[in-house]
Design a protein around this ligand. Structure first.
Ligand code: BTN
Length: 250
């Protein structure tokens, strides 16, 4: 899937959710492949699993990209992996070399969340598949509200002593996403990079709705799913859609 070299950007001072704006443009017939909806504020920014995405005072980078891949289009997991890697590439190039991915699609520095990614589709039409890739990056926040930090540790470029403009972060994510999507199309092993980017050395614990597997992470793969070698040497594969969490065993 090729992205244009420059995105067509619609900028909002404030909106409900950039992903909602992207879906409205798709529903209204005005959306084009590669369109970006970018806002300084969101009143109803959303995250995975029905959570909210909060970013205060125009200090975060909040944007959504419309994708109309050629049918049949990539699998959502492939798109997720390519997007995560693109953001990871950009974040590291901007100076956060320690960044890592957290299953399925967070970017962390240490144990603190820097960026979240939400990939959605609505009423997928096989003749014209579409995706909205929503990305929230903490850029200039010096502090975070208590209700957010009570939930989990969070960080920003600024909190990591990296001064960068949101424009630059967007520009670089775009460039890296173009590259990663091109690589994905040419059959490059994205999942091997994704496995590395998780930085899950040592014991891990994988949870599904009903099971827990402990062991060493061997690979994440679109076909086999997550493969873990247990301490007894047994290889256990779990399909990606059943993985609830995959974390270091602490
Ligand atoms: C998550 O970590 O749960 C995913 C967060 C995704 C947030 C971004 S901000 C831009 C776009 N618009 C939204 O409403 N959500 C995504």
């Amino acid at each position: 899937m090729q992205l244009p070299s420059e995105p067509r950007i619609t900028r909002y001072e404030s909106t409900d959710s950039t992903s909602e704006r992207a879906f409205a443009a798709i529903a209204g017939g005005s959306a084009k492949h590669g369109d970006v909806h970018w806002a300084d504020f969101q009143t109803r920014g959303r995250g995975r699993l029905g959570r909210q995405w909060q970013a205060q005072g125009g200090e975060g980078l909040l944007f959504s990209i419309v994708l109309f891949p050629e049918p049949p289009g990539p699998k959502p997991t492939e798109l997720t992996v390519a997007t995560c890697l693109a953001v990871w590439d950009a974040v590291r190039e901007l100076g956060l070399s320690e960044a890592r991915l957290k299953w399925p699609n967070d970017v962390l520095v240490g144990d603190s969340k820097l960026c979240g990614i939400l990939i959605e589709t609505r009423g997928l039409d096989p003749e014209r598949p579409h995706f909205v890739v929503g990305i929230g990056v903490n850029v200039g926040q010096a502090e975070f509200p208590r209700e957010l930090t009570d939930e989990r540790p969070v960080t920003s470029f600024r909190a990591q002593d990296v001064r960068v403009e949101a424009e630059r972060v967007l520009e670089l994510i775009w460039k890296k996403l173009r590259l990663r999507l091109r690589l994905a199309e040419s059959g490059a092993p994205l999942f091997a990079d994704y496995t590395r980017a998780l930085k899950l050395e040592g014991e891990v614990v994988l949870k599904t709705a009903s099971t827990e597997v402990r062991g060493e992470l061997v690979a994440v793969d679109s076909e086999a799913g997550v493969r873990i070698r247990t301490s007894g040497g047994e290889l256990v594969d779990t399909q990606l859609e059943f993985v609830r969490s995959l974390l270091r065993d602490e």
